[in-house]
Design a protein around this ligand. Structure first.
Ligand code: SF4
Ligand code: SF4
Length: 360
């Protein structure tokens, strides 16, 4: 069984209280022993799309940052560019948005870096022999990083059911080519009766695959890269999804990419999931989305599979039903089961509740 550490949080909690809890969880992970003065330590995070309000706040990590800067001069925040257009598809706009959300050298004392370069093409290929992926295209920054700390906001996700540590690792550490490879089996189409020709999907589609026809939008499959952005932004639910013969493939590829990144670190990686302000869609949504549940807390583990499984279990237990399956029409368990099968981690875990009494 893998150890998963948990500390509960409340909705109105002060940032410093959350920062103290993060520090306790960081200590429980015991990754600091791997950090030397010249170690590159990547703090992998999602900076949040413009106008998104669910993203992990830098203030919650302030105490952790202080600890890191005492150990190394080379800690940095990082994320990769997105496939879709928006404010995170290139390093220039991505860094400006990160700064607007409080992530900057000036504000935090550590730099912010886009892991796959100016336009998402800085990657290295890792040869693997996995069922879905033979050559993973990973953002090159991670190949030169000594220690990885991966912070994931637990949310639903339109393509993977759940977005947490595995998605942050597998999709979030892949370069543009790697993301394209993972999305290549997804084929959206427009339900013409529901389409109001509002034009939202035209604006967000990164490849211009959506065209206006007489009564509805139409998606040209040969131009579509399967990023899924149109599904998320359509206000009327007019976009349906069809898959190649195996609709599990995107989650399985994602798990295999996560396997590649995790294995780069050989035990020098720690993962934290934030079950705070949990939303139906991920932080790529450019809006203030409502939470589907009260805050639960923060979890940490060195095993990303056990961490995500424990996170889903806590959410579903609180709901009394498989709420993640009800929020999104996707079986979230595929990514976890496949990740366990290929040896990325374990589904079985021992949840260790680090009660406030142990650190107050
Ligand atoms: S049509 Fe294809 S490429 Fe365009 S937003 Fe939708 S999924 Fe992405
Ligand atoms: S976003 Fe939806 S309703 Fe608007 S044009 Fe696209 S498919 Fe039609």
């Amino acid at each position: 069984m893998a150890d998963v550490y948990f500390i509960g949080t409340k909705g109105s909690e002060e940032a410093d209280s959350l920062a103290r809890k993060v520090e306790v969880l960081y200590d429980a992970l015991d990754v600091e022993t791997h950090i030397r003065r010249d170690s590159f330590v990547a703090l992998k995070i999602h900076f949040g799309e413009k106008d998104n309000t669910g993203y992990i706040r830098p203030e919650w990590l302030s105490r952790l940052i202080s600890r890191l800067t005492q150990k190394t001069r080379r800690a940095f925040f990082t994320d990769t560019n997105t496939l879709y257009v928006g404010n995170r598809s290139n390093a220039c706009e991505h860094l400006k948005l990160a700064r607007d959300h409080g992530f900057s050298l000036e504000a935090l004392g550590i730099p912010v870096w886009i892991a796959d370069g100016l336009i998402g093409r800085d990657d290295d290929e890792i040869e693997v022999d996995l069922p879905r992926v033979r050559s993973a295209k990973i953002a090159s920054t991670f190949l030169f990083t000594d220690v990885l700390l991966c912070f994931s906001h637990f949310t639903g996700h339109i393509l993977s059911g759940v977005g947490a540590a595995l998605k942050n690792l597998g999709m979030g550490c892949a370069s543009r080519a790697g993301k394209l490879e993972q999305h290549s089996d997804v084929h959206p189409w427009v339900k013409s009766k529901k389409c109001t020709l509002c034009g939202m999907c035209f604006d967000y589609c990164p490849t211009g695959a959506i065209v206006e026809e007489a009564e509805a939008a139409f998606i040209r499959d040969e131009t579509c890269i399967g990023c899924g952005e149109c599904l998320v932004v359509c206000p009327t639910g007019a976009i349906g999804l069809s898959w190649d013969d195996d609709k599990n493939r995107i989650q399985e590829k994602m798990a295999e990419y996560a396997f590649c990144v995790h294995n780069l670190f050989e035990g020098r990686a720690g993962y934290l999931n934030f079950l705070i302000r949990m939303t139906r869609d991920c932080d790529c949504m450019s809006k203030d989305a409502p939470s589907f549940m009260e805050d639960i807390g923060i979890l940490a583990s060195r095993d990303p599979v056990a961490l995500d499984k424990a996170s889903v279990d806590l959410v579903n237990d609180r709901a009394g039903t498989d709420i993640m399956r009800e929020l999104q029409p996707v079986d979230w368990s595929i990514q976890l089961r496949h990740a366990a099968e290929i040896g990325l981690g374990r589904m079985e875990y021992d949840l260790k509740n680090l009660s406030p009494g142990s650190w107050d």
